[in-house]
Design a protein around this ligand. Structure first.
Ligand code: HEM
Length: 440
């Protein structure tokens, strides 16, 4: 092992020797991505035509059912129920590819959530449904086993794997995208799903930069100016990606109608983890493994957003909602979990910058070195940028959820996006406050 050489850092005549340069050039990563490598499949094979047709029809019916002024509200409600009751009992064996399975589980998740929540959201009943019929629950369960996640809608289904490009010649941006499926398919739903996907897309350069830094940390045997510069430049890529995420979030949420989101979109994607709402869970009819026992699953939740899980792990930011993030991983696709785990289990940049240590190897760094200070400043910018996005998101959650909840009747059980009850403000505020203390 070549030990670190502090004098080389303080020496103004320090030259980048070719050996050092090669060392950094060796840092080549195989492309790991939080997103699927291909665009989502838009239609399932013909054998599954009823699933596709039902997914096409449901939003039209649901829009009429939840429209207060609709004269046909009640009959449309029973039309929607019948549509789901009459779904054929398809085998999943003909779904051969990952793309087909991902699309199928998206549709089945939408059917399951519509079945459970429509009675309640439409006001036709004072409670949601406590079971899922077997034509939905059995294939949903079987696919969830193959994909190693619970049989309920996840963020990845609804956001990462539910979009199409309107114009293939243009780059992917929110103006050039549409969602494939939804419950209502109004603008509030469309942009709510798309912004999440776009925020994951914008996070990609940050993920690649984090993996590169950690690979460099693993391989470094001595610290020099070039190495510190490399760290700083890649931290700047992360900061710029976070800035992009923030800009997109702010722009999109200035256009989403909050009544439409709160009254029409929010209700359907909630899961069935809440014991007040689901005292005995939800029974998956025909699923032998569950033996008629009610199940409790979270619905899509921000905690399943992989970019922040990676950034927290990389910057080594500890907060009280870490446990929520870990729980959420059960619902995330394996390619995302692998990246989070890889980042979480790799050498921590923060430890290197503050304790001059990677694993059991110590390094000497002159804290007055310009490049070292720049790396620290860039690290801190990333922490601040993450905090800024979380502050912005707190404002969004407050406007679209907290303030709207206050207007609801006090005796109603109000659930947040992921099914948290009552404590979401405290949870989100805690995550922001923690960052204040976590710059270096
Ligand atoms: C109407 C818009 C939104 C509302 C009302 C909202 C609300 C919430 C709530 C209540 C939580 C706490 C956990 C839970 O109950 O699931 C949460 C967490 C979270 N949300 Fe949102 N959210 C919105 C939009 C978004 C968007 C578009 C993203 C994009 C990625 C996002 C990312 C997150 C993240 C990452 C968390 C976990 C906490 C964190 O890491 O900071 N949210 N959100």
């Amino acid at each position: 092992m070549i030990s670190s050489n502090p004098s080389s850092l303080t020496n103004p005549n320090f030259n980048v020797c070719s050996e050092n340069f090669n060392l950094l050039n060796k840092v080549v990563i195989t492309k790991q991505s939080l997103l699927h490598q291909e665009n989502p499949l838009e239609r399932l094979p013909h054998q599954y035509i009823y699933w596709e047709n039902t997914a096409d029809l449901l939003p039209k019916l649901i829009s009429q059912i939840i429209d207060e002024k609709s004269p046909d509200k009640v009959s449309r409600y029973f039309d929607a129920r019948k549509l789901l009751e009459n779904l054929p009992k398809y085998e999943i064996n003909n779904l051969k590819t990952e793309k087909e399975r991902c699309r199928a589980i998206l549709l089945l998740g939408i059917f399951a959530h519509t079945w459970v929540w429509l009675p309640y959201v439409s006001g036709m009943s004072d409670r949601p449904e406590y079971f899922i019929p077997e034509q939905i629950s059995v294939p949903l369960y079987q696919l969830s086993e193959i994909l190693a996640r619970p049989p309920v809608l996840t963020n990845s289904d609804l956001f990462d794997y539910n979009w199409k490009q309107n114009n293939l010649n243009e780059e992917v941006n929110i103006g050039n995208l549409d969602i494939l499926n939804g419950f209502i398919k109004n603008d509030a739903e469309k942009y709510f799903y798309l912004i999440y996907f776009v925020m994951t897309l914008k996070g990609e350069p940050a993920i690649q930069a984090m993996l590169k830094i950690q690979k460099a940390l693993k391989e470094i045997s001595f610290v020099n100016d070039l190495f510190l510069l490399y760290i700083q430049e890649h931290l700047d890529i992360i900061e710029r990606a976070l800035q992009e995420i923030k800009t997109n979030l702010a722009q999109v949420f200035s256009t989403i109608n909050k009544q439409d989101w709160f009254n029409k979109v929010r209700g359907f994607s909630v899961g069935w983890n809440n014991k007040d709402m689901f005292p005995n869970g939800v029974v998956y009819e025909g699923v032998k493994a569950y033996n008629n026992q009610g199940q409790f699953f979270y619905g899509p939740s921000g905690f399943q957003y992989s970019v922040f899980q990676c950034v927290d792990a990389f910057l080594d930011i500890k907060h009280q909602a870490y446990i929520n993030q870990v729980d959420a991983r059960l619902y995330m696709p394996s390619h995302q979990i692998n990246i989070i785990n890889a980042i979480e289990n790799s050498p921590k940049l923060r430890t290197f910058l503050t304790e001059f240590r990677i694993g059991d190897q110590d390094f000497s760094i002159d804290v007055n070195n310009k490049n070292y200070q720049s790396a620290i400043a860039s690290y801190n910018n990333c922490v601040r940028q993450l905090r800024n996005i979380r502050a912005l998101h707190f404002g969004v959650a407050s406007k679209y959820l907290t303030q709207m909840i206050l207007k609801e009747l006090e005796d109603k059980i109000i659930l947040t996006t992921g099914g948290q009850q009552n404590n979401h403000e405290h949870l989100l505020k805690g995550m922001i406050a923690h960052h204040n203390t976590q710059t270096i």
